[in-house]
Design a protein around this ligand. Structure first.
Ligand code: FAD
Length: 405
């Protein structure tokens, strides 16, 4: 069985796994990434990279590479869907202290592919597709892993395993770590259209949150595969509606026309329906097994925090793991990783995404009015707008987590 005292096995070549691999590799730690799928997964999920994450990716040399292939968006808007009013606009461009006073709208599959293309392929950054992790056994000096590949069942021995294998994480289950939280009753539908929605509703910025007691909505522009870009509309699906109905072209057309009426049908590029969970792993570390990204925490996508929080895990972890492997720190810093990032997940990402959903779906007219007044006041004053935007961009979560010892 191949054995290496310093190699780290990363399970999952999603955005968190690939950033984790790159960050470790940059510190001279050899990595192997195993990924079940036969090639980088082209999934239409996260597309917003917040300024805090852009700083981390910049330190790895990634931000400049991807910027010209992204949409830059400094503003986001809250709308009252029933009245059509723009309630508040927040502009990251007002925050002069930021290295990147905007988000990049850059789909996660492109980030994963960009890292794989540019950096992977060396023996110390070895990415193996069609490899599925199936077993983990901790030994006195390392951890033995078992995986299936086109060649059959294979084993290797490594120093540490990082589970970046998503919400249904095999690593988390093999380690017996609880995934605490809840599942929302309703599912979400994401519809992407090549129709330029600003020709129908000029008040749209590239990122929009629509409050509506009957049917809230999120609307975002992403780059897609052409310069014209794509608009994504995210809506809730009631539990009485089945997937086949929700995905039917007639129902999709009806929903888009109800939301943003226009002459002629919508051209739809892709549609996804997905269940939504709010869950956090009981610990992000068990011995030589570590969790990062969706394997450690999942949340609703309102606010675009899941992938960003996962990349923040990867950066926090790789600093500490490299120090442990090179003998500059004891392995108790890995417990600190778990405490810091679990704190950020629970107190910021979970709290904020749950609050975001409540804000959009609020039914009580008086509470809606108060919420809108509060948003308007917050946006108008630079100090309160700054505090709001820094929290939403996860800067506060990083600062607060760093203070944990
Ligand atoms: C519709 C939607 C919209 C979203 N929008 C945003 C957004 O705007 N901003 C944001 O920050 N987040 C967003 N998110 C969340 C974001 O997509 C996730 O947080 C992100 O994908 C997590 O990345 P990850 O690398 O941890 O996991 P994943 O992207 O899930 O990657 C896990 C990988 O592990 C592989 N794998 C699984 N099991 C094994 C195994 N046993 N062996 C080997 N490989 C394995 C899988 O094939 C997969 O490639 C959104 C999510 C959804 C569903």
């Amino acid at each position: 069985m191949p054995t290496e005292k310093t190699r780290v096995l990363i399970v999952g070549a999603g955005p968190v796994g690939m950033v984790c691999a790159l960050a470790l590799n940059r510190r001279g730690i050899p990595v192997t990434v195993v990924e079940s799928e036969p090639a980088p997964v082209k999934d239409q999920r996260a597309a917003t990279i917040h300024p805090s994450t852009l700083e981390m990716l910049d330190d790895l040399g990634v931000t400049e590479r991807i910027r010209d292939h992204s949409l830059l968006s400094s503003t986001y808007r809250f709308h009252d869907r029933p009245t059509g009013e723009v309630v508040a606009e927040f502009d990251l461009g007002r925050l002069e202290e930021l290295r990147f006073p905007y988000v990049l709208q850059y789909e996660q599959y492109k980030l994963t592919a960009a890292i794989a293309e540019e950096y992977a392929g060396e023996s110390d950054f070895d990415v193996r597709f069609s490899h599925t992790l199936t077993g983990l056994t901790e030994t006195a000096n390392g951890i033995e892993v078992e995986y299936t590949s086109p060649a059959g069942t294979e084993r290797m021995s490594v120093a540490y395993v990082v589970g970046c294998d998503g919400g249904r994480s095999t690593v988390r289950k093999l380690a017996g770590i609880e995934f605490e939280g809840f599942t929302y009753q309703e599912r979400f539908i994401k519809i992407a259209t090549s129709v330029d929605l600003r020709t129908i509703k000029p008040e749209l910025s590239f990122r929009n949150y629509f409050s509506d007691p009957d049917e809230w909505a999120n609307v975002f522009k992403v780059r897609g595969e052409s310069a014209a870009g794509l608009w994504r509309v995210i809506l809730p699906i009631g539990h009485a509606e089945d997937d086949a109905t929700a995905l039917s072209p007639a129902r999709v057309e009806q929903r888009l026309q109800k939301f943003l009426p226009k002459a002629g049908p919508y051209h739809v590029e892709y549609i996804n329906v997905y269940g939504v969970n709010q869950r956090v792993a009981a610990t992000f570390r068990q011995g030589r097994i570590l969790l990062a990204g969706d394997s450690a925490h999942v949340n609703n996508p309102i606010g675009g925090m899941g992938m960003n929080g996962g990349i923040h895990d990867a950066i926090n972890l790789t600093d500490k793991l490299a120090a442990v492997i090179t003998g500059q720190a004891g392995d108790d810093v890995l417990d600190l990783y778990s405490r810091q990032r679990r704190h950020a997940a629970v107190n910021y990402v979970q709290a904020q995404t749950i609050a975001n959903k409540r804000l959009l779906e609020e039914r009580d007219p008086e509470v809606r009015r108060q919420n809108f007044d509060a948003l308007r006041r917050t946006a108008e004053n630079l100090d309160t707008a700054r505090a709001y935007m820094r929290r939403a961009a996860l800067f506060d979560s990083l600062q607060d987590a760093a203070a944990i010892t």
